[in-house]
Design a protein around this ligand. Structure first.
Ligand SMILES: [Zn+2]
Length: 124
C-alpha cells in the first residue's frame, strides 16, 4: 500500500452556530489542507500518481473555497462550515477526481490553526 500526500492552503471566513463562545462570531482562518491518495500498486513508471495531478485536483477544490464566506457557500448551506464539514467536503470532491485515475482518497486533514486539525477518514 502506498500513499501520496499533498499539502495546500486557503483562506476563508466562517461563523459556527451553536458551539458557544467566540467561534460564533465571524472570523477567518488560514486553513492548511493535507489530502492523501492511496493505491495498492504503482503504475508502470514506478509511481503511485504524478504529484502534479494531485496538486491540481486539490488546488481546483480549494480555489472554490478561497476567500469565501463559507456559511454562504452552497455546499454548506444549512450546515455549520466547521473544519469537520470542510474536511468531508474536500474528501468527497477529491474522491470524484481520484476515481478517474483509479485511486482512493485515504484521508483529508484540515488544519485550522498550527495546533488544531480535523481528519476525515471514510469507513470501508
Ligand atoms: Zn473558526
Amino acid at each position: 500500500m502506498y500513499e501520496v500526500t499533498i499539502i495546500k492552503s486557503f483562506s476563508a471566513a466562517h461563523m459556527l452556530m451553536a458551539v458557544g463562545g467566540k467561534c460564533e462570531e465571524l472570523h477567518g482562518h488560514n486553513f492548511k489542507v493535507e489530502a492523501t491518495v492511496t493505491a495498492e500498486n504503482l503504475n508502470s513508471s514506478g509511481i503511485l500518481v504524478d504529484f502534479r495531478n494531485v496538486k491540481e485536483w486539490l488546488q481546483e477544490i480549494l480555489d472554490k473555497l478561497d476567500h469565501k464566506h463559507l456559511n454562504e457557500f452552497p455546499s454548506f448551506l444549512g450546515k455549520n462550515p466547521s473544519s469537520e464539514n470542510i474536511a468531508l467536503y474536500i474528501y468527497n470532491e477529491m474522491k470524484l477526481k481520484a476515481r478517474q485515475a483509479e485511486l482512493k482518497v485515504a484521508r483529508v486533514k484540515v488544519w485550522e490553526s498550527e495546533n488544531a486539525a480535523v481528519t476525515y477518514i471514510e469507513n470501508d
